[in-house]
Design a protein around this ligand. Sequence first.
Ligand code: PEP
Ligand code: MG
Length: 577
Amino acid sequence: MTEMLKGIAASDGVAVAKAYLLVQPDLSFETVSVTDTNAEEARLDAALAASQDELSLIREKAVGSLGEEAAAVFDAHLMVLADPEMIGQIKETIRAKEVNAEAALTEVTDMFITIFEGMEDNPYMQERAADIRDVTKRVLANLLGKKLPNPASIDEESIVIANDLTPSDTAQLDKKFVKAFVTNIGGRTSHSAIMARTLEIAAVLGTNNVTEVVKNGDVVAVNGITGQVIVNPSDDQVAEFKAAGEAYAKQKAEWALLKDAETVTADGKHFELAANIGTPKDVQGVNDNGAEAVGLYRTEFLYMDSQDFPTEDEQYQAYKEVLEGMNGKPVVVRTMDIGGDKELPYFDLPKEMNPFLGFRALRISISETGDAMFRTQIRALLRASVHGHLRIMFPMVALLKEFRAAKAVFDEEKAKLQAEGIPVADNIEVGIMIEIPAAAMLADQFAKEVDFFSIGTNDLIQYTMAADRMNEQVSYLYQPYNPSILRLINNVVKAAHAEGKWAGMCGEMAGDQKAVPLLVGIGLDEFSMSATSVLRTRSLMKKLDTKKMEELAQRALTECSTMEEVLELEKEYVDVD
Ligand code: PEP
Ligand code: MG
């Protein structure tokens, strides 16, 4: 029987093939009292060793299919397996409670998972919880003498159907045979979605019940662009999906031709197309997608991925790696943007009523509390500056006084390093993010003192609309095309140009295909987005005529009163889907 499902479009691509259900074995067990606790500890050790062997093999396979960087997730798993604190506690529980290894393992790992998952504002710790859950399942299966399903054994074209796919499941998928996967749970930013995009396997996640609807061997049609899934499709539907798949493959092949092309409009105007990164590992994707620069390196992940404040040397290594990886192309490094939704477990900041409006980002850096931390980061950046083309920017600037305080630290640390005989590049540009309306309004004054602006629309829109970006109830107020937002952006770009400075954008809006024509018309100089949006944006820009886009922008800024009117007007000028 034909059934239609709708989920979250998580990884582009279209496929029709037979279903392979990735069903987990029953891992239930009884808690039993034991007298020979040594024997239980030995069982645990054997299960840990077996799990280690399995994971090492999976890692090896993942290196082959995904590359060293993507396989790093298994290093995290192997680290969980070797974590002396956790293993010590499991053994302690066996001895103290005289229970079987299965019960002790589950009790201790559940405790860690609960603590980490409770840190709702901390995606890093939540990922650690997912790692522990993944590893525990493997150890438990080994204790129970069961085998986890083996997606690596798939040897015909298939669509993998699962409740959720763990990173180790995903890494075992051979893209020669696995054409897509569909899950009950998960979203666009979940681990499995990110890996699917790396592997370029189509994926639809969060369908709620695909595992109940699909049986092994059913034919499944998946569209990872629209999120549509059809179980046992008709011949017409199969033909429709296949045509959509071919159209997408053709489009991708066309985009790929633009990898080394210049980013120019139809009338020959160049725009800088850059990519956003969170770690040095992301540089590979930046280059693979032909980005011309890194427009935003969110350095707070360096702090969040660490157990303590990263040292000057650790930071220097990370910045050097990015600068060298970009081979002389510009890299905008943003100083740490902690606070708001990004907490550091080891940095004890007071709980606040309104964290997004509170003590965060540059406000911490230029305070007494954050001074040492900020100077360490600036020194590391200055030292790394000789390895490439460095641009530094400060987040969350509201007042000129704040920029001047930060710039003073930059100047002081630069002078100190030079006095110590340590080389520092002399062409480092120092700019600010424009993400607070006060700075957007006063951009003409800021432009006299900064080298560049980068507009952070994720926050600029939240602060302009007074709508928390994490709150679903008010998400309708996230309106990048609203004339109020366009006017602020226009104000910033014009102010920069009046002082001979450049203005870029690193918020999500920069890669939004409906926003690009308007931003081209406004005259934004640099667009920074997720690496996977770069080629599609380059392709779109090639079709735009700047004169026409200028007219569109001008009319949107002066004639339109709502977002809907702006989008209607845009249709008169350009066809974007
Ligand atoms: C922004 O606010 O638009 C931005 C790019 O920074 P973040 O999303 O890290 O706050
Ligand atoms: Mg921001």
